[in-house]
Design a binder for this molecule. Structure first.
Ligand code: ZN
Length: 322
């Protein structure tokens, strides 16, 4: 699933082809947008798209006349952009198409694309509830005060850190790879309760969240430092397959059974309940180093399979993909 940095990169692409251009055509296949377009025929025609921005994993297009479009990619969505004439063929996964005289953007597979007029934060509940962005807008900084207030709210203090970081109303933009990487770099146990964080651990979390998000944004999803990436590209014992660009991007995420870059202990993966306080049984896989992160949970027996078996069963299995 695209996380904050990936959505921001899509927004940059959209901004570069759409901003300051009039809308020549806007079509959509999502229910809300189809209804809205039917009720507001021609409302968007020739209106200028002012800018495209993000908040966490949400993408917003701001249109002249206080109109907007909002999209969330969920698991499989993505944007394509083009310059010049739009492609004639319509992909069956197409959900929305925005065309200007000079180019445009096509949304594929995303379940959420909506249109409106007014303040989207007043009209769309998921936006209204969002916490501070892991990628602050240019000129702004990570909102530590709001993050602190929402993280330590009474209803959150008994939650695990691994679950709390995925909660978009606490902080917006973190998904599965970022939470694993942030917790590893902070040496924090994903099962530690929010209320047990020390002031210095909280401070480190506040520094690491925007820092890793910014790094992932600038590098298209790479969370390791360049030196560590080179190490993984040169040492066959550190990756599933030497030479694979994919396997050298993260410290713990999808590195199950490979040696920790800090202490050489095999990285582990385990299911973690996202909402232990409710009846919600939803789990996500968390990746961690049991030594560096001093994990408190009982570990399952490690696999003792050969490297080639590990590659197919632990790294690329469907259970490993969330
Ligand atoms: Zn370690």
């Amino acid at each position: 699933m695209p996380e904050g940095p990936e959505v921001r990169r899509f927004a940059d692409q959209l901004h570069s082809v759409l901003a300051h251009q009039p809308i020549a055509q806007l079509t959509a296949r999502t229910q809300q947008a189809k209804r809205w377009l039917a009720a507001h025929e021609e409302a968007l025609s020739d209106r200028t798209i002012q800018r495209v921005s993000t908040h966490g994993k949400n993408l917003l297009g701001w249109i002249e006349g206080e109109y907007y479009f909002h999209a969330h990619l969920m698991m499989w969505g993505r944007w394509l952009t083009f310059t010049g004439v739009p492609p004639e063929e319509v992909d069956r996964r197409e959900r929305a198409r925005i065309v200007t005289p000079t180019g445009g953007a096509i949304l594929l597979s995303a379940p959420i694309f909506q249109l409106g007029q007014g303040n989207p934060y007043e009209q769309i509940e998921t936006l209204r509830l969002l916490g501070c962005d892991i990628l602050p807008q240019p000129g702004e900084s990570f909102d530590v005060a709001q993050f602190q207030q929402r993280l330590f709210a009474p209803e959150q203090v008994q939650r695990s850190l691994g679950a709390a970081l995925l909660e978009q109303s606490i902080v917006a933009g973190i998904g599965n790879y970022l939470r694993a990487e942030i917790l590893f770099l902070c040496r924090l146990d994903p099962w530690k309760q929010v209320g047990d964080l020390t002031p210095s651990e909280f401070e480190q979390l506040c520094q690491m969240i925007p820092q890793i998000a910014q790094r992932a944004y600038e590098t298209a999803g790479v969370t390791v430092l360049e030196g560590d990436r080179v190490r993984m590209q040169q040492d066959a014992s550190l990756v599933y397959r030497l030479g694979s660009e994919f396997g050298s991007h993260h410290y713990v995420f999808r590195r199950t059974n490979l040696p920790c870059l800090r202490c050489a202990t095999p990285i582990r993966q385990q299911k973690q309940q996202v909402n232990p306080d409710t009846k919600d049984e939803k789990t996500r896989i968390i990746y961690f180093c049991p030594v560096c992160q001093n994990t408190s949970i009982p570990l399952k027996t490690p696999r003792t399979k050969s490297r080639s078996t590990v590659k197919s069963s632990a790294c690329f299995s469907s259970s490993c993909s969330n």
